[in-house]
Design a protein around this ligand. Sequence first.
Ligand SMILES: Nc1nc2c(c(=O)[nH]1)N[C@H]1C(S)=C(S)[C@@H](COP(=O)(O)OP(=O)(O)OC[C@H]3O[C@@H](n4cnc5c(=O)[nH]c(N)nc54)[C@H](O)[C@@H]3O)O[C@H]1N2
Ligand SMILES: Nc1nc2c(c(=O)[nH]1)N[C@H]1C(S)=C(S)[C@@H](COP(=O)(O)OP(=O)(O)OC[C@H]3O[C@@H](n4cnc5c(=O)[nH]c(N)nc54)[C@H](O)[C@@H]3O)O[C@H]1N2
Ligand code: SF4
Ligand SMILES: [Mo]
Length: 727
Amino acid sequence: MTSTVHRTCPLCEAVCGLTLTLDEGGHVTSVRGDKEDPFSKGFICPKGASLGRLDEDPDRLRKPLIREGELWREAGWEEAFAAVRAGLERVADRRSVAIYLGNPNAHTMAGALYVAPLVKALGTRNLYSASTADQMPKHVASGLMFGHPLAIPVPDLDRTDYLLMLGANPLESNGSLCTAPDFPGRLKALRRRGGRLVVVDPRRTRTAALADEHVFVRPGTDAYLLFGLVHTLFEAGLVTPSHAVNGLGQVREAAKHFPPEAVSPRTGVPAEVIRRLAVELATARTAAVYARIGTCTAEFGTLAQWLVEVLNVLTGNLDRPGGAMFAKPATEPGVRRGRPYAVGRWKSRVRGLPETNGELPVATLADEIETPGEGQVTFLLTVAGNPVLSAPHGPRLDAAFRQLDFMVSVDPYLNETTKHADVILPPPRVLQSGHYDFALLGFAVRNYTRYSPPLLPLDGQPSEAEILARLAMIASGLEGDLDAFVIDEMLRKATETPGSGVEGRDVAELRAALEGGTGAERRLDLMLRLGPYGEWAGKGDLSLRKLLDNPHGLDLGALEPRLDEVLRTASGLIELAPRELIEDVERLRGRLAEEPPEIVLVGRRHLRSNNSWMHNVGPLVGGSNTCTLQINPADVARLGLGEHAVVRSAKGQLTVPLEPTDTIMPGVVSLPHGWGHADSAQSVAADHPGVSVNALTDETAVDVPSGNAVFNGVPVSISPTGVIIAQ
Ligand SMILES: Nc1nc2c(c(=O)[nH]1)N[C@H]1C(S)=C(S)[C@@H](COP(=O)(O)OP(=O)(O)OC[C@H]3O[C@@H](n4cnc5c(=O)[nH]c(N)nc54)[C@H](O)[C@@H]3O)O[C@H]1N2
Ligand SMILES: Nc1nc2c(c(=O)[nH]1)N[C@H]1C(S)=C(S)[C@@H](COP(=O)(O)OP(=O)(O)OC[C@H]3O[C@@H](n4cnc5c(=O)[nH]c(N)nc54)[C@H](O)[C@@H]3O)O[C@H]1N2
Ligand code: SF4
Ligand SMILES: [Mo]
């Protein structure tokens, strides 16, 4: 007997609905797009289609591993948790404990619901995550402008008339901080209805090829280009902000330093193109500017994200249909309270880098492990992360992790990072886990909700939620049911909040009404009921029951203007010129005068890959090698290169196969990240090792306001193999 089941794909931000066929042994025999999902409507990509293979990968860990010298042995769960407890008890000072959270935490219920209590229980400020190797500039810009780090607008993709996209390649990545299943189809629809798509990228990507116009830009210079656009809007009298703002005059003053003629040589974009783009943006019926990883992981990442929103505001496109809008996710807390957003509330011990969103930059994790003194990190917990391959200058972390007294990893794989752990705690298979996109639905281009319950029983091992809850209990020394505690806290607050919808009601009675087979499900039920469409506090009848009754998900409508609900600044206005960012403009001005490096390195993504961890699935790594150095043929000829070349940076060198292509600008080369599996314990990945680009990236270079790593615009030199360069 086979069975057909439906669930959300957990592998990227597009949240596609999948329809799986399982045989009686619970093995996946086919994966298709779920045609009845109102958001993804049957879309699927090669990664989603490989979900069954990934889920049943024989190299996935099924039991905890405990290290004995250089060897590993499988252990029972109680023994593994006892080993973690003993390791933590050896730490005299909790300041020496660090936690690193990787990208999949944004995709798991465990990450959304259990990481915060775990971090609290560990009682340390040494919190690091992939966010400072990714989107922290967006949080900082939104926090300072709109008062909340999650108030990140998304382009209203299905209605806009004009989309200016910088540093994103959704035809390969399927989109990021813009949840839009079938992103390619939505871009094609934009053009079909007469809209215009302009892509700014140092490479002519598949997305650029689909666009009306592709603009080559020198890596790391988007902030100059965006300032050139802002300058033109003021110059041409095209500024029509749709909202009350603070700081308009300061933005005008700052932009005076960046006329198109001044930024053109640095960006490589002709001044007349900058002027034309500004006019197009301002005069389109509706328009949105959207910028992603290429512009975030750069030296002026926060300034670039700020200027993106400045443009959306100045052209009157923020918070209106067809412009840049805020999603309204079904689990959004009714009342967002707290102090106004601030950065730098504390600083890192060694380099004095400011905290952002309660985190320290991953670019300084190695410093904190290597540098003796009070608070030196000696105990590390990683959850769903592979910083040895994904963080800047990964080889230094590889060496630093060897110095740790104790390391614990929650991860399904023995890999370049977890090989340093003393204990590895593997989460169960994807199909044994419930799934709800708490994080990603806050950035969706349509309001939408869907819950996927676990499809297969747990067979005695803990869910990832239970693993993290157990670690939190070990760290806090408390006993009891973490979920019950969280639920009671939330209910108490809601019942005490005037106008909450449950004001004055009895906590015990509300608690008893919650449904769900696990603590995580009951917490989801509570969040749905208290959310904006919820049956308790919202304007609808959402609850876990309703989602279980609608396994293909529910459309909650097109995005609607909601800036009033989203704004959390002390002034109650959009802060167009936050002090921290205006100060950073000086750094930008200073760099304009400097001679740029001759050759710079950027990254890229491939459709069938996902950061560092999907290289063990045969169908995804088959075919031609994708870990190649893209380079313009003119540079190949100029430098006299053969099939391979040596790339050197301030931090390291790699020998790489070349992929000459005129789709990349002269003076720019590109390597994808996440490779470098030469010593991997994973059999397929070890056969397709590639090299780690993060052997070249520099952990000492960060975007100053956010502490974010710089992966794009890294200065490198390139020489033929076999040539020895005198140092
Ligand atoms: N040079 C360069 N470096 C980059 C980037 C770049 O563009 N260029 N991109 C950056 C970006 S955007 C990101 S997000 C980071 C990613 O950085 P990381 O999150 O540190 O790295 P990933 O490669 O995503 O590793 C994910 C880990 O999670 C594990 N995992 C997978 N699923 C689960 C699960 O369900 N539960 C648990 N517990 N573990 C799971 C995998 O085995 C793997 O070990 O890399 C950054 N690094
Ligand atoms: N298939 C696949 N999908 C993924 C991932 C994956 O690894 N593989 N990773 C996921 C993750 S963690 C993330 S964060 C998202 C990222 O999603 P995207 O932001 O769409 O990421 P990329 O596809 O790397 O596209 C970034 C583009 O920026 C360009 N670029 C580089 N430097 C610059 C610059 O200085 N300026 C400008 N304007 N452009 C520049 C690059 O050439 C590249 O085309 O993708 C997610 N989805
Ligand atoms: S686009 Fe993303 S969510 Fe959709 S099937 Fe592919 S990996 Fe899964
Ligand atoms: Mo990412």
